[in-house]
Design a protein. Structure first.
Length: 110
């Protein structure tokens, strides 16, 4: 059985979370409800067996704890210095492409 890619977004407050989810939405995957704190994000990662975590804001230790739950998960960090992120983007406008691993503009040159 195939299941859709699951994406968890976490941001500092409800308004930021809403903007992040609008930037991340696509027909190719499912967004969870999202979270404004690390514990809620971890609960969604575990419950939905999420494949991608998108973090916007400072969430100390979240990525490390998330990787313990979902070791192969892709982590996208927006406009910040989230340790151990797979991808860092400067703007939420770059989130959608980064979920699938498309390099940001000006990214790696072959």
């Amino acid at each position: 059985m195939c299941r859709a890619l699951q994406v968890v977004c976490v941001a500092a407050d409800a308004e930021s979370l809403s903007a992040l989810k609008r930037a991340a939405v696509a027909q190719d995957w499912e967004l969870t409800a999202g979270a404004t704190d690390g514990d809620a994000a971890l609960a969604q990662l575990e419950e939905r067996r999420a494949h991608v975590l998108v973090v916007w804001g400072e969430f100390d230790g979240l990525v490390e704890r998330a990787r313990e739950l979902r070791p192969g998960m892709r982590v996208v960090a927006v406009a910040g210095s989230v340790a151990d992120a797979d991808v860092r983007v400067e703007s939420i406008d770059e989130v959608r492409d980064s979920i699938l691993g498309i390099p940001p503009r000006g990214g790696p040159v072959g």
